[in-house]
Design a binder for this molecule. Structure first.
Ligand code: NOJ
Length: 557
């Protein structure tokens, strides 16, 4: 397998709005990030993926861009950006910027022009259609509730918005739009960005004719735009126009609904599209009928089957991304671990898994100190447009069950991971001296970075060790994957192998003691302990695993 820096890297995601406020306006900013780079250096990450920092009216916290070459006022200036990037590079940290080009803001000059008249030169930058039978052009549903179409009286037509009505979809069928995107990418690459995370990258290509979607509870219409007909052609073109000029550049596509087969095209070693994609199967297992706010309990074998499938099936042909949390997902320890009694143990266990799998691991801000989901009392405390719109539609308009929705929001809502980063135990967790744009999680007095840095047994230092070990052991990065006891409802057991060097991992996903039987062949062969979240000896025996225990061992065949 070809070696690349981005295969061996551990990437840290920053959601700038919630990371660190340097000027007391309650909103995180670029200078705040620069202030905290030594913290990231201490952790040992190789790159930062920075969520959008461009000019934006903030209908969706920057994922609605009104100027692709300008900095959001609340976040600072271009000089602040340059300084931040310089300081990252000085510390050997690369910068991956977020490219949001499935849609722009409706306040982007292209759209301001586009909506003016049917023959405006920018009309075809977006997707305009006549209504049908006095209503919307088709039955597609927006990811933020309601129809994906908005009527525009100026020209008596509708425009498509797969997200909010302030996020009109760009028309990728138009080569002029694609060339604009390539120019934007060149702009940031020439400024020194080392790569791009491509927002909803699988959604650029919509099926011709925009046919109605099959009726279902969740995202009606998705089968006509997720991994659509021309998507691979678009990425090959992007690669030819942009990536081929910058051989070190890495790209990661956000591709909801991606299958293994599709991923092999996007991120195949010989397909010249993207470096890797984010798959969504493990984070959508809980959805009932594809609806984010109707959830069920998932048993461990189902979760393992998804994780293991991606390990096995991309091996040797395409590259995985590994993540347990990001700004759209809740906190991993609240979701798959125990955010109370065994918070530290279970957070360490989960990241032992992530960091001993094939692919590039992503750590979302705050995961390294085991931040948890937030419990707000009132719907008014939530800021996320997805949450607010769901509440408006399901409760206010349709009279649904508020308690059921509130429970779902507290479990899966996006604001769980967007609460301000908890730096210390001072007011607002040291995030801001002003009033934070989103309430800080009350547990900041106990869970914060300053505390973690003082405690040698903290999740932070465990994460740091996992990163260091990954950098020093190619088997953790490139090794093949073999699973044991697939049906075991409590334990996840697997082995990685590279040229005879092996890494065997045991993970207890429960808060109870669990017996483990070591597979024949591995038993007796272990040479050393790689890492463990409990005190353990080098020898690996059949024994009782403690609650949320994780242990990984090196051995040679
Ligand atoms: C995916 C982003 O991660 C999410 O935060 C955003 O709301 C949508 N794309 C729309 O850009």
């Amino acid at each position: 397998m070809k070696r690349n820096w981005w295969k061996e890297a551990v990437i840290y995601q920053i959601y700038p709005r919630s990371f660190k406020d340097s000027n007391g306006d309650g909103i995180g900013d670029l200078r705040g990030i620069t202030e905290k780079l030594d913290y990231l250096k201490e952790l040992g990450v190789d790159a930062v993926w920075l969520s959008p920092f461009y000019k934006s009216p903030n209908d969706d916290n920057g994922y609605d861009i009104s100027d692709y070459r300008g900095i959001m006022e609340e976040f600072g200036t271009m000089e602040d950006f340059d300084e931040m990037q310089r300081e990252m590079h000085k510390r050997g940290i690369r910068l991956i910027v977020d490219l949001v080009v499935n849609h722009s803001s409706d306040e982007h000059p292209w759209f301001v022009e586009s909506r003016k008249s049917r023959n405006n030169p920018y009309r075809d930058y977006y997707i305009w259609r006549d209504g049908k039978e006095g209503g919307v052009p088709n039955n597609w549903i927006s990811h933020f509730s309601g129809s994906a179409w908005e009527y525009s009286p100026e020209t008596d037509q509708y425009y498509l918005h797969l997200f909010s009505r302030k996020q009109p979809d760009l028309n990728w069928e138009n080569p002029a739009v694609r060339n604009e995107v390539y120019d934007i990418m060149d702009f940031w690459a020439e400024k020194g960005a080392d790569g791009f995370r491509l927002d909803v990258a699988g959604m650029y290509s919509k099926r011709e004719g925009l046919p109605d979607g099959a009726p279902q509870k969740g995202m009606v219409g998705a089968e006509h735009y997720q991994n659509g007909p021309r998507i691979h052609e678009f990425f090959r073109e992007m690669h030819k126009n942009v990536m081929s000029k910058y051989p070190e550049m890495m790209t990661v596509g956000e591709t909801s609904g991606v299958t293994v087969e599709e991923a092999k095209k996007y991120a195949g070693f010989d397909t010249d599209e993207l470096s890797m994609v984010f798959q969504f199967e493990h984070v959508k297992l809980e959805y009932v009928d594809g609806d984010k706010f109707t959830l069920r309990k998932v048993k461990l074998p189902e979760f393992k089957a998804v994780m293991s499938k991606w390990q096995r099936e991309l091996d040797g042909t395409a590259w995985n991304s590994l993540y347990l949390a990001n700004h759209d997902q809740p906190r991993s320890v609240s979701r798959w671990g125990d955010d109370k009694k065994y918070r530290v143990e279970s957070a360490k266990m989960l990241y032992t898994m992530l960091m001993t799998m094939q692919g590039t691991p992503y750590i979302y801000q705050g995961e390294e100190i085991g931040m948890t989901n937030v419990i707000y009392d009132s719907i008014e405390d939530y800021q996320d447009i997805q949450i607010r719109n769901a509440w408006q539609e399901r409760i206010v308009e349709k009279g649904g069950d508020p308690e059921a929705l509130m429970n779902a929001i507290r479990y899966i809502g996006r604001d769980n991971s967007r609460t301000p980063m908890q730096w210390d135990d001072t007011v607002n967790g040291g995030f801001t001296e002003g009033t934070p744009w989103l309430k800080v999680n009350e547990n900041y007095k106990k869970i914060n970075a300053a505390q973690a840095l003082e405690d040698e047994n903290s999740i932070f230092y465990y994460m740091k060790e996992l990163i260091r070990l990954r950098h020093e052991n190619e088997v953790a990065v490139y090794g093949s994957f073999q699973e044991y006891e697939k049906e075991n409802e409590a334990l996840y057991l697997y082995n990685r192998e590279l040229d005879g060097k092996n890494l065997f991992v045991v993970l207890n996903f429960t808060g109870k003691e669990q017996p483990v039987a070591i597979p024949e062949g591995i038993k007796g062969a272990v040479s050393s302990l790689y890492i463990s979240n409990y005190k353990n000896k080098d020898a690996l025996e059949d024994r009782i695993l403690r609650p949320y225990e994780a242990a990984a061992y090196l051995w040679t065949k």
